[in-house]
Design a protein around this ligand. Structure first.
Ligand code: FAD
Ligand code: SF4
Length: 514
């Protein structure tokens, strides 16, 4: 071989131009590495999903006639890091050139760029050909440290890619159907929720390997991993979504229920891992969904399809651009100076707060929680209790099946913790128990009383919400989207204000026993 091509664990894109023709002098290397298991402590299902998908991808490439070297932890355990591995394998196979696809993570991009500059071999990178917005375009559309409205970006993307457009007008007469999408589940709705599409990927050998090499992890293992780890499974997950879930996707997008112990994904697609590992292309997903809408107009309304397309064409591309235009500074942002640590129930879900119990339990059991659980329950709790965004980031990056820093960090540090000086959100996603009660059935079986602000059993989210608003008044008061909140606060009796703040202080001082 004269060329070694490195395939990272989230670069499992079979449509990449690397695979247009089979070069006999090229060796493709795909390797389980300890450095990738240890940059943060991960949920075991997340590590298993990546290792399993990598193995499947290596097998598929091999079967297609490419020269592939798939290395497990057994073969790489003595390589200190990725550059060490590449140097060793290149020497072993007499390769004088190393090629890689640009990583989506700053950490890896820096590591490989440094390797390229210092290695005596010829080392170069190529585009990963996955995102819709070319990397080079980011700097023309985004400005470091500046808020760029997602909705404007999304509309420009709709036009540019001619998605849901009737000539130059938005299909259905509106760009955004979010206001149609705020339903809570009734008892009858709950009975209708289809089961999730689960797979049975045997990862027992991977789990044994992780244990053999003392890889540290947390969360519930699943020997039959339910996540899609091949392109075929990803497409079948997408088809299942289109058939059974898309008709109600938008309608119940924000709804939460405690009746979902074994189905935390509800009407959500479960495609994030497959998308982020690049098993499936975002445009492929969007086109398939729109084709279904066109074929089944009586089943699927525009509000459902637009809501879904906005997540992928809008939010997903937007957060990636925010990440790259603002890194590395973004990783240190903490505008609210939050410095508390995560309470222990983030690791075992034993808390009297029913909403937190369910959202944490589902996260720890399935490596998944849907968007509103991540944002308005767990994220909201961290925001109101001033948890250090470094700790929040590390937990989110570790726990979720789909967590890769380019998408995890802007969502967590930016959108949910408002730590980024408002680069993503124009106001913090802070909410009292009232919001959680409006969108879920969690409160009715909770130890705490959602209607109470003070008293032994008062819902912690209520006093903590006012405490947060009070603490950050100087920063938030002038924000036109928040001003009303302070008018409501000022109308309250001084004694009620004081007891609310005291209640919050008590909860903050006793956060571990909530
Ligand atoms: P669906 O609800 O079916 O949505 C379809 C797809 O849209 C998703 O698969 C995803 O690719 C995309 N999408 C939806 N919302 C977003 C968003 N806000 N940003 C980027 N893409 C989006 N998503 C990740 O992929 N990785 C993460 O690490 C991650 N961390 C998050 C942390 C927080 C605090 C929050 C609030 C959101 C986070 N998200 C993350 C976004 C979103 O919650 C997940 O993409 C989604 O829950 C994945 O489940 P799904 O595939 O069933 O999504
Ligand atoms: Fe959560 Fe408060 Fe509702 Fe309990 S009462 S479930 S703590 S919002």
């Amino acid at each position: 071989f004269n060329t070694l091509r490195l395939i990272l664990g989230d670069q499992l894109n079979p449509a990449h131009s690397w695979y247009k023709d089979k070069k006999t002098n090229t060796l493709y290397v795909i390797a389980e590495l300890k450095q990738e298991t240890s940059y943060v402590k991960h949920h075991i299902q997340k590590i298993c999903a990546f290792f399993c998908a990598m193995e499947n991808f290596a097998t598929a490439l091999n079967q297609a006639g490419f020269n592939v070297l798939h290395l497990t932890l057994n073969e790489t355990c003595n390589d200190e890091d990725l550059p060490a591995l590449l140097t060793r394998i290149a020497a072993q196979h007499q390769c004088n050139t190393i090629e890689y696809q640009y990583p989506d993570e700053y950490r890896l991009k820096t590591q490989l760029a440094h390797f390229a500059n210092t290695s005596p071999l010829t080392v170069s990178g190529v585009d990963s050909e996955h995102f819709l917005l070319p990397f080079e375009e980011i700097k023309h559309r985004f400005i470091k440290d500046k808020h760029i409205t997602m909705e404007h970006f999304y509309r420009a993307m709709r036009k540019q890619f001619n998605i849901l457009m009737d000539s130059n007008k938005p299909h259905g007469g509106k760009w955004n159907f979010d206001s149609n999408n705020r339903n809570k589940f009734s008892a009858a709705d709950l009975a209708q929720i289809p089961p999730p599409k689960l797979f049975n990927n045997d990862v027992s050998a991977i789990i044994a390997r992780l244990n053999k090499h003392n890889v540290s992890y947390f969360g519930k293992a699943a020997e039959q991993l339910p996540w899609p780890t091949t392109r075929k499974q990803a497409i079948s997950c997408l088809d299942y979504f289109c058939l059974y879930l898309l008709p109600h996707f938008g309608q119940f997008q924000d709804a939460m229920t405690e009746q979902s112990k074994h189905n935390s994904s509800l009407y959500h697609s479960r495609l994030s891992f497959a998308l982020n590992a690049k098993l499936i292309h975002p445009l492929f997903v969007i086109k398939r969904v729109i084709a279904q809408y066109e074929q089944r107009p009586n089943d699927i309304s525009i509000a459902q399809v637009e809501g879904f397309v906005r997540q992928i064409l809008g939010w997903r591309e937007y957060v990636r651009a925010i990440y790259w235009i603002n890194m590395p500074d973004y990783a240190t942002k903490n505008q609210l100076k939050a410095k508390n640590t995560l309470p222990p129930y983030f690791w075992h879900a034993k808390t009297k707060m029913n909403c937190m119990h369910h959202a944490l339990c589902e996260s720890l059991t399935t490596a998944y929680a849907h968007h509103i659980q991540r944002l308005m329950v767990i994220g909201n709790f961290c925001l109101l209790t001033a948890i250090n965004p470094d700790d929040v980031d590390a937990w989110y990056l570790g726990v979720y099946i789909d967590a890769i820093e380019w998408v995890e960090m802007p969502n967590t540090r930016g959108m949910s913790q408002f730590a980024d000086d408002g680069i993503i959100a124009t106001k913090p996603y802070a909410a009292s128990g009232n919001y959680i009660n409006k969108m879920s059935d969690y409160c009715k079986n909770c130890h705490y009383k959602v209607k109470q602000k003070v008293g032994d059993d008062a819902c912690p989210f209520n006093s903590l919400y006012w405490h947060f608003m009070h603490t950050h008044r100087a920063k938030l008061e002038k924000n036109p989207r928040i001003g009303m909140v302070y008018k409501n606060w000022d109308k309250q009796e001084n004694t009620l204000q004081q007891s609310t703040l005291q209640q919050a202080t008590y909860y903050l001082n006793n956060i571990a026993s909530l």
